[in-house]
Design a protein around this ligand. Structure first.
Ligand code: UDP
Ligand code: MN
Length: 315
């Protein structure tokens, strides 16, 4: 009996020793997985860093800089609930000073991402010296995606070689960081783009004309999985219709409208927290001059507009 117990004990001890040896042997392999963990990190929060990763690079250290995260928004509640805590933690891990502004469009017109960003800029510039134009449904996954304070020109974080969907060379949408001075110099974005798309492409032309170079992250091992795009196109269809003479009128560079001409009022301002992370909600009423951009109207208001303009000379 007693000898049996001793034998069993010995067997258990041998098994335990073998387990320890096995795990020790695995350790270097886990390191290797760690170096390629960039490819496996989708959907997970990056690990807390003790040290600012590139603290020696003054362009990404805080100094006196603060970035306004400008989030054009309408009817994306679930995405926002995920966005605010996630991005806040991501930016805190990078030691950034930032403030999130949700630019909630509350008027009756079609969505206008560009005008909302212009408004966000005007409302944040007293407090922040940089802006990030930031889609609510695009979450950085790879911790090597650094939210910099670019000095020379804009920094396009959601670069074509990293964005899950848009891969053309001149793409500057999704997430673009720029200092206030440059945003002002470009007169912000055109206010003519009601509905989905093209406002970012027009902004690219503004950048070209102003000789501002776009910089982007280098090659990351995560490629098109560097971001998570929480966008179900059935649930969140894109309003990519073109009404009246919208197509022709939005083809070329807009030399007239921008941050200096955006017409709006702030219906209200709310300071909220989502899972303890602060966020400022601006409820924005955009104004639209229907005589120059009638395509700001929703289709249900087209008949009203046509009745109004009947027999009146077009300007
Ligand atoms: N957006 C919004 N409500 C809308 C349309 C767009 O909040 O009805 C905002 C949101 O921040 C979104 C961004 O505008 O991430 C870009 O729009 P969308 O995601 O439709 O464009 P995509 O980049 O997916 O083509
Ligand atoms: Mn999207």
């Amino acid at each position: 009996m007693a000898r049996g117990s001793v034998t069993r004990l010995l067997l258990i001890l041998i098994a335990l020793t073998l387990c320890v040896v096995f795990f020790l042997a695995l350790a270097p392999m886990q390191d290797a997985v760690c170096s390629c963990s960039k490819t496996k990190s989708e959907g997970k929060q990056p690990k807390e860093r003790d040290v600012e990763p590139e603290a020696e690079d003054s362009s990404i250290t805080n100094g006196r800089h603060k970035i306004a995260i400008l989030v054009p928004f309408r009817d994306r509640f679930e995405e926002l609930m995920e966005f605010v805590p996630y991005l806040s933690q991501f930016l805190r891990q990078q030691g950034k000073s930032y403030k999130i502004f949700v630019l909630n469009q509350v008027d009756k017109y079609r969505f206008n991402r560009a005008s909302l960003i212009n408004v966000g800029y005007l409302e944040s510039k007293g407090e922040c010296d940089h802006v990030a134009m930031h889609d609510v449904d695009l979450l950085p996954v790879n911790p090597d995606l650094l939210y910099k304070f670019p000095e020379e020109g804009p920094y396009h974080l959601a670069a074509p070689h990293l964005h899950p969907l848009y891969h053309y060379k001149t793409f500057v949408g999704g997430i673009l960081l720029i200092k206030n001075e440059h945003f002002e110099k470009l007169n912000g974005l055109s206010n003519r783009y009601w509905g989905w798309g093209r406002e970012d492409d027009e902004f690219y032309v503004r950048l070209k004309k102003a000789n501002l170079q776009v910089s982007r992250p280098g090659n990351l091992t995560t490629g098109y999985r560097s971001f998570r795009h929480i966008h179900d196109k059935q649930k969140r269809p894109r309003d990519n219709y073109r009404y009246f003479d919208q197509r022709e009128k939005t083809k070329r560079l807009d030399r007239e409208t921008g941050v200096a001409t955006v017409q709006y009022s702030i219906e209200s301002k709310r300071e909220l927290t989502i899972d303890t992370f602060p966020v400022t909600i601006l409820n924005i009423m955009l104004e639209c001059d229907v005589r120059t951009t009638p395509w700001c109207l929703r289709p249900e208001d087209h008949q009203w507009y046509l009745n109004q303009t009947k027999d009146k000379p077009q300007r």
